[in-house]
Design a protein around this ligand. Structure first.
Ligand SMILES: NC(=O)c1ccc[n+]([C@@H]2O[C@H](COP(=O)([O-])OP(=O)(O)OC[C@H]3O[C@@H](n4cnc5c(N)ncnc54)[C@H](OP(=O)(O)O)[C@@H]3O)[C@@H](O)[C@H]2O)c1
Length: 309
């Protein structure tokens, strides 16, 4: 296979236009063919501002491109990703891939049926400040022994004035577990082995605290919300083990620069036939962790917690 050159964006929202579309329009090696959205006027507006054409019919866009990037609510993304893969189009997916494991499994099956390449845009993992730090953490673990635990806080502030995510219906319904959880997991799963068991408890509004048991015995905890009060937002992570205790650094790059790297890496995966480590299988496994936490939260309170006497 050759590297995909013609890219289309599924979605016309804030992220579709300002990150996916902008990065594709600025990328020297690819062509932004256009945008598809359920609202034709929004697709036209995005195309006018960023580039390419507006497509009213998703199959028409699929017929005009080699690859699609998807910036839609996860329950909308998954069936469209499977459809695009079955049409032979390579995929850049956004997080989370889906809101249930069956939908994620179908995307994975579709990529395997046709052999298309896929990359999940896990933002942090496309930033050199972060991947450099993760490489140093891996070297320390190799020297001193594996990491034993991690603690991650991801606090979004979608109620802050001017937030582009304040009107996002799926975020309001599904909360920080599903929107911030993939970011926290992208780091935790880069440091610790796969997750085998989870438990979860609720906090105020959408806040959720998740405890994770990893293969081999390491444990981690995630505190997730999209509705942190003013002044209480922000994200941080600590990891510890025989190699000491270390804090995740900030990254200085932009999401568009990271997305351009995801495009480069998708093109390389498609051209070489080597699966990307953050492919649809990875995205499916992240959904499985989130779905397990959601399952625990949905249990009757007496089953999922022990009352304090
Ligand atoms: N990697 C990152 O750091 C990062 C950052 C931001 C967002 N994202 C991801 O990008 C995706 C999009 O996020 P977003 O912030 O743009 O907002 P969003 O609320 O997730 O999506 C808004 C877009 O989805 C469309 N939409 C909603 N329901 C639809 C349906 N049933 N059928 C077709 N289209 C539908 C909207 O169309 P209308 O305009 O017609 O309503 C709009 O174009 C999400 O998966 C999010 O997690 C990732």
């Amino acid at each position: 296979m050759s590297a995909p050159r013609r890219f289309g964006v599924l979605g016309t929202g804030f992220w579709a236009e300002t990150c996916h579309g902008r990065a594709l329009a600025d990328h020297p090696d690819v062509e932004l063919v256009g945008f598809w959205g359920r609202d034709g006027a929004r697709a036209r507006a995005a195309a006018q501002r960023v580039g390419g054409a507006a497509f009213a019919d998703v199959d028409e866009l699929l017929g005009a491109v080699d690859a699609v990037t998807i910036a839609l609510p996860p329950d909308v993304q998954a069936p469209l990703a499977a459809r695009a893969a079955r049409a032979g189009r390579h995929l850049i997916l956004d997080k989370p891939l889906a809101l249930d494991v069956a939908a994620a499994d179908d995307v994975l099956a579709a990529t395997r049926e046709t052999g298309v390449a896929s990359v999940l845009y896990a933002t942090y993992l496309f930033q050199p400040d972060i991947t450099g730090w993760l490489a140093r953490m891996a070297a320390l673990a190799a020297e001193h022994g594996p990491w034993e635990g991690a603690l991650a806080r991801w606090g979004g502030t979608i109620d802050a004035p001017g937030s582009p995510y304040g009107g996002s219906a799926w975020r309001r319904e599904w909360g920080g577990l599903w929107d911030c959880g993939p970011h926290a997991l992208s780091l935790v799963l880069s440091l610790l082995p796969p997750v085998e068991r989870v438990a979860a408890a609720r906090g105020v509004r959408d806040a959720v605290n998740v405890a994770l048991e990893h293969r081999g015995g390491a444990g981690s905890a995630l505190s997730l919300t999209l509705t942190a009060p003013a002044g209480a937002g922000g994200s941080w992570l600590s990891v510890w083990g025989p190699g000491g205790r270390h804090e995740l650094p900030r990254f200085a790059g932009t999401p568009q620069e990271g997305f351009a790297r995801a495009v480069d890496q998708l093109r390389a995966a498609a051209a070489t036939g080597s699966p990307h480590p953050l492919d649809a299988a990875y995205a499916r496994d992240v959904v499985a962790v989130l779905a397990a936490a959601q399952h625990h939260l949905d249990l009757p309170v007496q089953q999922r917690t022990t009352a304090v006497g």
